[in-house]
Each structure stands twice: as C-alpha cells, then as structure tokens.
Design a protein around this ligand. Sequence first.
Ligand SMILES: C[S@@+](CC[C@H](N)C(=O)[O-])C[C@H]1O[C@@H](n2cnc3c(N)ncnc32)[C@H](O)[C@@H]1O
Length: 213
Amino acid sequence: MSAVRPIDYMDITEKKRIVRNGYDKIASIYDRERYKYGNTTELRDFAGLLTESAEILDVGCGAGVPVSKFLAEKGFRVTGIDVAENMIALAGKNVPQARFVKMDMTQLGFAENSFDGLTAFYSIFHVPKEFHAKIFSGFHDVIRPGGIMLVSMGSNEWEGIEDYLGTKMFWSYYGPQRSLGMIKQCGFKIIFDRHILNSADERHYWILAKNTK
Ligand SMILES: C[S@@+](CC[C@H](N)C(=O)[O-])C[C@H]1O[C@@H](n2cnc3c(N)ncnc32)[C@H](O)[C@@H]1O
C-alpha cells in the first residue's frame, strides 16, 4: 500500500482521489460485506412516504445493495450515482432494473425538480465537509416540492483517514447540530433526526426531511 501524506497537507482533489480509488479497489469486498450494516428499517420509513412509481436518486449508491435494490423492487424508478466506476458496474449487475451513472454528488447533472425522493446512505461523509452545505443545496434543487430525502451523517464531528477493508479511506463530517442546521437552511422540513446503531454496531446520525419549496 503506498504511503499517504498527512491530511493537513492534502488538497481537496487528493482527498477525493483517496475515496474514489479506494472504493474502486474494494468494490467487490464492500459488496460482499454490506449486508452487515442492515438499514431495512430506515428504508421502510423512507419508502412509506413515497407515492407509487416515484422517481428516486440514490447518491453514492455503491454496489446498489440494499438501497437501490430495495427501492427498485418496490416499483420505484431508481437512478443511482457514484464516483467509483467499479461500484457503478456492480450496481448495474445487482439491480438491472435501475439506472446507474458515474457522477460526483458535488456536481449533480440533473435538471431542477427531477426526483420525488433522494437517499444518501454512508456517502456524504466521504466528501470534505466544507462541501456539505453545497451538497444539500444541490439535493434541494433536484428534489421536487414535497419530495423526501433520507441521509446518514457521522455521529460526532470528525475528519481523518483510516484503513478500511484493505485500503486507505477518508471521512469528513460536522457534528449533528451543524449538519441539521445546514439541511434546514436549504429549505428542508425535518421529519426525524436520530442516532441509530446499525447491525454492525456503528452509530450514525440519520435525517429524514421533506423539501418545502
Ligand atoms: C460506504 S459506501 C455506501 C454505498 C451505499 N450507499 C450503501 O449504503 O452501501 C460510500 C459510497 O459513496 C461513494 N462516493 C464517495 N464520494 C462520492 C461523491 N463525491 N459523489 C458520489 N459518490 C461518492 C463511494 O464511491 C462509495 O461507493
């Protein structure tokens, strides 16, 4: 494994490269291990607020399982985006009934009001936190009025690089109050925000919100 420079000396491009190259490298392992995190309850909460054949954007879709797959099997029209090509390739195999596109969540290439719902499970916190307000604003633009968003964030403010499934990985997030404040500021009404312990014993901060534009 090549040496990684101290995080304080890295620019944004380098941090993003660690994430993209890392997930390209571990795509198959991640796909095999993903079942350990569960999240069926959160998916049911989200799906229960959508109308039949709603259009959903799954941001940082990974290998498409369980999020895109669960939603596509409910009959929703799902588009998944991810920066890692190998993740996109696996997602296409795992969920043939959905559409998957290589795209960075900081530069969404969709028209305003394109989706009725948006999910971002364990993905926003891989983007440097100074981009998070811009990301939520982009989500607000592409979700239709009254549309629903479900995102997970870190439980406590942190930024760092650690070994993850055999690669170096970068995480970056503010604490819950700041994350929640940014989401409200963009024009979302909060349905719930909670810390949830997943089945792999990891605590994350989840926000379910409605677009009030
Ligand atoms: C921990 S995985 C989560 C995958 C999936 N949401 C799940 O629940 O299993 C994080 C995913 O976010 C993707 N990702 C990271 N930064 C991204 C960005 N800027 N835009 C889009 N996807 C990104 C990664 O490539 C990776 O597939």
